[in-house]
Ligand binder design. Sequence first.
Ligand code: NAP
Ligand code: G4F
Length: 337
Amino acid sequence: MKKALITGISGQDGYYLSQLLLEKGYEVHGLVRRNSQLSIGNLSKLDEKIQKKIIIHWGDITDHCIVEKIIKDIKPKEMYHLAAQSFVGLSFENPRHTYNVNIDGTLNVANAVREFSPKTRVYFAATSEMFGKVQETPQNEKTPFYPRSPYGVSKLAGFWTMKNYRESYGLFMSNGILFNHESEVRGPEFVTRKICMAVANISKKKQEYLELGNMDSRRDWGHAADYVYGMWLMLQYKKPDDFVLATGENHSVRDFVERAFKEVGIDIGWEGKELNEKGFDKKTKKVLVKVNPEFFRPADVEVLKGNYSKAKKQLGWKPRITFNKLVKVMMQNELNQ
Ligand code: NAP
Ligand code: G4F
């Protein structure tokens, strides 16, 4: 049986990727960091029968001893390195922690594979955040990088580590430059889930209004289920390489808000500018969206839009879930809670 090891298995992508690999007949191993509740994060939302099939190894990605031990013991055919401090906003407040987890953690993976399991094919979760202050639109694999956050900088270090180990030691290490992908199990601090949770609460009269930061920001949003399939395809490809996965479309945070409210039958109108901007229910005139400076970042990535033609041509990958469908499934999930 083919063995796969997923770091960051308890996160959003781990939830979808572990199911995909089990369906494909892999023996799935996952690294989970210990917490006082021994919680396995999103994996606890899986059917118990599926959960039982996943072999959990407790450990922190920053601990090179445990990373080495697991890779040495399992010698996985494929390894998906997803573990990261993945919240851009927090990376400004905790840059050192972000660097420790995202840079040292990735170096631990690269070194352990090189030393103990050089035949393992490695996927690294790089990101469109590396494009940051974008130098061209849409962004592709050749677009110059210009990260705008400690998170973006840390991921760029991981990206180059993979590329350098691939070129120096002939290892199969691929970088997925993934644009934003969301889902029903997205962390609640990310803007899409935050909006959906608030809109569902507002529609059930459990919350008065939603507070946001930069609503002009534009993102290329897809669904995580499509993107984990692209990760798998990268490791089936004949050689290691770097690939953009995106939808090729973008929308502003404001567009997302409007679309989410439409799902509960509310048409949002806008008035005021910048910090005084407000979103109101066109029918009742009630203010439902406000701006709170607390949610602005010291530097933001204003616009992201990916060109995924290399992945389409070489991997046969394309996104299936549209923006409207994404908002619909996320909203339906919140309304059913
Ligand atoms: P996520 O939901 O935040 O999951 C991150 C995972 O990393 C969680 O399982 C988390 O464990 C684990 N982790 C964090 N620190 C760790 C540590 N010190 N040791 C071991 N595990 C640790 O992120 P995601 O959305 O699934 O994204 C997966 C990867 O893709 C991340 O590397 C992210 O940076 C990258 N990425 C995401 C997107 C996107 O739009 N989702 C786009 C591009 C790239 P806990 O459950 O214990 O927190
Ligand atoms: O949902 P976000 O926090 O995601 P962001 O910063 O784009 O990062 C995500 O995507 C990256 C890929 O490009 C991943 F690498 C990364 O791990 C993560 O998954 O914010 C999206 C936009 C930002 O411009 C932010 O300033 O929404 C803006 N925004 C406006 N108000 C807000 C809010 N973001 C959050 N989280 N909360 C707000 O209240």
